[in-house]
Design a protein around this ligand. Structure first.
Ligand SMILES: C[S@@+](CC[C@H](N)C(=O)[O-])C[C@H]1O[C@@H](n2cnc3c(N)ncnc32)[C@H](O)[C@@H]1O
Length: 261
């Protein structure tokens, strides 16, 4: 029997247009393609490349914790690898950005002695830097999953850009929530107002997913964040307040270590 293998790819955020040449190649040449790419158009794109596409989307369920869904996804993918197939698993965006089953499938496949790799792809933050016209290197940029940010009271630097992912689900610890709730968004705003002024202008961002679409950007003060239209695809961008200041201790350290002998 042929030895199974796994390649995990991302299709990018904008359907078809952001799928890399190497991801396309692996989608086309796989024996079977498992997909979690979001919508029907993206699925049709995959079907145009390979007739043997199996959706794993049905594994999500309102009465089911996402952790169970992820476990089923991983075991379905691994089952095909164990059966000797060349498997491609396609996720939307970058397959390794805020996606658990992709990393875990590669880890388990390797642990079992199969060839497995993940390819990079265009993620939502790659779209942010292009659409909103800033470079993460200019002022520094930090990103957190929104629930992690709130629950773990993450230490962060308000003088650098802050990107918060999965804001629709912020505060959910059940892993059974699928829709945004203004009460949870208001709570996130309250937490952010510990470090930013209430009138600080933030952006709720949605990258275009259709080749002819435009990004959706809602700019509003933190105090009114709960009024924003927030979907599962929304990402929050909080611009910096204040400026980073050089530390005299660090300057002295550089001087001491690197001064010409
Ligand atoms: C489970 S993560 C998947 C991220 C994806 N793998 C990527 O590479 O961007 C879902 C989160 O990604 C962000 N996201 C996904 N699609 C987006 C879009 N079209 N525009 C903006 N952010 C998006 C949102 O923060 C959303 O809650």
């Amino acid at each position: 029997m042929a030895r199974g293998s796994l390649v995990v790819v991302g299709t990018g955020i904008k359907i078809a247009n952001q799928c890399t040449i190497e991801a396309r190649y692996h989608i086309e040449s796989a024996d079977i393609v498992f997909e979690v790419v979001g919508d029907r158009l993206a699925q049709s794109f995959l079907l145009s490349l390979n007739q043997n596409v199996v959706s794993l989307q049905h594994l999500y369920g309102r009465d089911r914790a996402r952790s169970d869904t992820y476990e089923s996804m991983i075991e379905t993918i691994l089952g095909a690898v164990r059966a000797g197939k060349r498997v491609c698993a396609a996720f939307y965006g970058h397959p390794g950005v805020y996606v658990y089953p992709s990393h875990e499938s590669v880890r388990r496949a390797r642990e079992e002695g199969f060839e497995a790799e993940m390819l990079p792809a265009v993620s939502a933050d790659a779209c942010i830097f292009a659409d909103l016209g800033f470079d993460p290197g200019w002022l520094g940029c930090q990103s957190f999953e929104a629930t992690d940010f709130v629950i773990n009271a993450r230490k962060f630097d308000p003088t650098a850009v802050l990107i918060l992912w999965q804001i629709a689900l912020v505060g959910d610890r059940t892993l059974r929530v699928f829709e945004s709730d203004p009460r949870r968004i208001a709570l996130l705003a309250e937490v952010l107002m510990e470090d930013y002024p209430a009138d600080h202008q933030v952006k709720v961002y949605g990258a275009a997913t259709l080749p002819i679409g435009e990004p959706q950007v809602q700019t509003l003060p933190l105090s009114r964040l709960a009024e924003a239209e927030i979907t599962q695809e929304s990402t929050l961008i909080v611009p910096p307040v204040g400026e980073a200041k050089a530390s005299p201790q660090r300057l002295a350290l550089i001087e001491a270590r690197l001064a010409a002998a």
